[in-house]
Design a protein around this ligand. Structure first.
Ligand SMILES: [Zn+2]
Length: 391
């Protein structure tokens, strides 16, 4: 059968055939009422999909990228279902389109129908339509398939956003453009008399509507995410998977080859949200704001860059690695990280591979340099403080 499928000679039109079987309810059933009829549908189709699934499972790890997670599948599923919404909105004439229209929608748009229950496919479409709405704009013909307040059809946003006060007191939020505009706006009614601000909005609305002309025909859909106005799965996927505006600096932190806990600590530092005393004070902490070591106000900058102990550490690093200067504030470190060399700042300390053994850690040269400088610093410190015994 699978060979027939690949040779394209399998009788696919017979997929809709059902096999009805009568299961006896009693041991010696002889009356039709004593049988329970069951219908086996699409058995061939199920066998084929099962075989293909079993064959694919072995290769799935190689064929499917690691990025294609459950989240990817959910988004992709929504995008493919949105393709169906697009076809329905454009008045698709295929059998499936006709069937959905007869069963659920009539001549209305899917957005004018509020039926949530139904077949699994229909429920999928209802789920996907909230996403499809983001890129949907209507070009008015008869106005029957477009909602007056909620759809984008005049201007760049929906009228409910352009005229929020009028929308709040309108009698029918779901009214179609056709009903609202026939008999010269007489159908637009409100639940109460309009105040001065609402009258101002009403005047502006009438001004906008003065140019609208209705004509015969179904309203046309324009897909805003594509220049051509035609729906594409890719454009909706891009919209849905968009993670927002990314800060290049923060993303450079995540690219650093350092342990995750250090990345998280740096991220918190740049967002000024580590638990310095100034931050704790904002959360009604009862203690004192002063630094225990030097008595100055303990902000994030002070804690990591300006406190004498931190300064000592930074100068030590600067001297041992031959940097021209060292950071004294968070912003300095940001500038440093933006620099190409700076992006590898932490990798240099923590996770650089050793040239000799390939182990992760500091290379021999940077380790030697750090040790030598530490030695130099400690002897100098001993000489200055005159407390050599402890060092
Ligand atoms: Zn301090």
């Amino acid at each position: 059968m699978l060979d027939d499928l690949h040779a394209e000679i399998l009788d696919l039109w017979r997929l809709n055939y059902g096999i009805i079987i009568l299961l006896p309810k009693l041991r010696e059933a002889n009356n039709i009422k004593q049988y329970r009829p069951i219908c086996l549908l699409n058995v061939i189709y199920k066998i084929i999909t099962k075989v293909l699934t079993l064959r694919l499972t072995r290769w799935a790890g190689k064929v499917i990228s690691k990025k294609q997670t459950v989240c990817f599948l959910l988004i992709m599923n929504t995008c493919l279902l949105a393709k169906w919404i697009d076809r329905l909105e454009r008045g698709d004439n295929t059998i499936c389109g006709e069937l959905l229209r007869k069963k659920y929608m009539g001549e209305k748009s899917i957005y004018q129908v509020h039926r949530r229950g139904g077949s699994q496919f229909w429920r999928g479409l209802v789920e996907a339509k909230q996403w499809f709405e983001w890129g949907r704009k209507m070009k008015i013909k008869s106005g029957a398939q477009t909602r007056f307040w909620k759809d984008v059809w005049i201007g760049e946003t929906a009228l409910k956003t352009q005229f929020p006060r009028l929308y709040q007191c309108c009698a029918d939020p779901e009214i179609s453009v056709e009903h609202a505009l026939t008999s010269t706006g007489g159908q637009l009614t409100f639940r109460r008399t309009l105040g001065p601000r609402e009258m101002e909005e009403w005047r502006l609305l009438l001004e906008q509507l003065s140019n609208v002309q209705l004509e015969e025909g179904r309203d046309e859909l324009i897909w805003c995410f594509e220049k051509s106005g035609q729906y594409s799965t890719k454009s909706l996927y891009r919209f849905m998977a968009n993670g927002g505006v990314a800060d290049p600096l923060l993303s450079s932190i995540w690219k650093c080859r350092v342990p995750l806990k250090i990345q998280i600590f740096m991220w918190m530092t740049f967002r000024d949200s580590i638990h310095s005393k100034v931050q704790l004070k904002k959360r009604n902490w009862a203690g004192q704001e002063e630094c225990k070591l030097c008595g100055r106000e303990e902000s994030t900058d002070h804690l990591l860059f300006q406190c004498p102990v931190a300064c000592f550490l930074w100068v030590f690093i600067k001297e041992s690695l031959g940097w021209p200067l060292y950071p004294s504030r968070c912003e300095d470190l940001c500038v440093f990280l933006r620099d190409v060399k700076g992006a590898k700042l932490l990798s240099l300390f923590v996770q650089e591979r050793c040239g000799c053994c390939g182990k992760r850690g500091m290379t021999m040269s940077s380790t030697t340099r750090l040790c030598r400088t530490l030695q130099w610093w400690s002897t100098r410190w001993c000489r200055c403080s005159g407390n050599g015994a402890r060092w």
